[in-house]
Ligand binder design. Sequence first.
Ligand SMILES: CC(C)(COP(=O)(O)OP(=O)(O)OC[C@H]1O[C@@H](n2cnc3c(N)ncnc32)[C@H](O)[C@@H]1OP(=O)(O)O)[C@@H](O)C(=O)NCCC(=O)NCCS
Length: 220
Amino acid sequence: MNKGENVEVIDSAIDETANLGGCSTIIHSNLGEMCIVGKFSKVAYSSMGPLSYISDYSVVINSVIGKFSSISWGVTIGPEEHDYKRLTNHSFLYSLKAFTLTPHKHYSPFEKECIIGNDVWIGCNSTILRGVTIGDGAVVGANSLVNKNVEPYTIVVGSPAKVIKHRFTSEIITALLELKWWDIPVSVISEHTELFAAEPTMEIIETLKKLKSTVINKNQ
Ligand SMILES: CC(C)(COP(=O)(O)OP(=O)(O)OC[C@H]1O[C@@H](n2cnc3c(N)ncnc32)[C@H](O)[C@@H]1OP(=O)(O)O)[C@@H](O)C(=O)NCCC(=O)NCCS
C-alpha cells in the first residue's frame, strides 16, 4: 500500500493497491483494491469496496461502503450519538480510554451502522447520520445532512436532505440495479470505459450484461 507520513493503521486489512493520505487513521477496517483515504481522514470499524474513496478531512465510522463510491472532503458518515436521555451527555459513559470514571461502558454510541451502496457520490461537507442506508447510484449534494434512507439512483440535497430528482428513468434504473455493473472485474471495466462514459441506454446496459455473463462463465 502507498501511504503518506504519520499514517496510523490498527488491526486493518488494506489492499496493496490502496492509498492512504498523510495523517490518516484506519482502525479495524478493510480497504479493497485501489481504495483511497484522503489526508487527515479517519476510517474506523468500516469496510470500503474496490475503487471507493474518501477525500481529505472525512470521517467514516461503523459503515459498510460498496464499490466505486466517491466520497468528497469534509464528509462524516456514521457519527456517534451521545445518549442525551441519560443524566449526562458526556462521553465518559462509553469512552473508557479517554476518561477513567467508570470501568465499563454504559452504552455504545456506534450501534447502528451506515450502509453506503455502490457508485454513490457524496458531495463535500455532508453528514450521513448513524443507521442511514444510501442506495446504489445515489447522489448526496454538497453540504447536506442525510437523516433518512436514500433510494437507489436518487439525488438528495439540503438539511435535512430531500429528494430533488432521479438520475435516470425508472426503466434505466431498474436495469442498472439488475446489471450491478460494479461486480464486473475491474480489468474488464478498464477495457470498456467508453460504455461507462456514455449516458446509459438499454442498449448499453444489454451490452454490459452480455459482457458480465461472458466473464462470469469464463471464470466458472
Ligand atoms: C446535487 C448536485 C449534484 C445537483 O446538481 P444539478 O443536477 O446541476 O442541480 P440543479 O442545479 O438542477 O439543482 C436543482 C435544485 O436543487 C438545488 N440544489 C442543488 N444542489 C444543492 C445543494 N447541494 N444543497 C441545496 N440545494 C441544492 C438547486 O439550487 C436547485 O434549486 P431550485 O430548483 O430551487 O433552483 C449538485 O448541486 C451538488 O451539490 N454537487 C456536489 C458538488 C461537490 O460537493 N463536489 C465536491 C467534489 S466531489
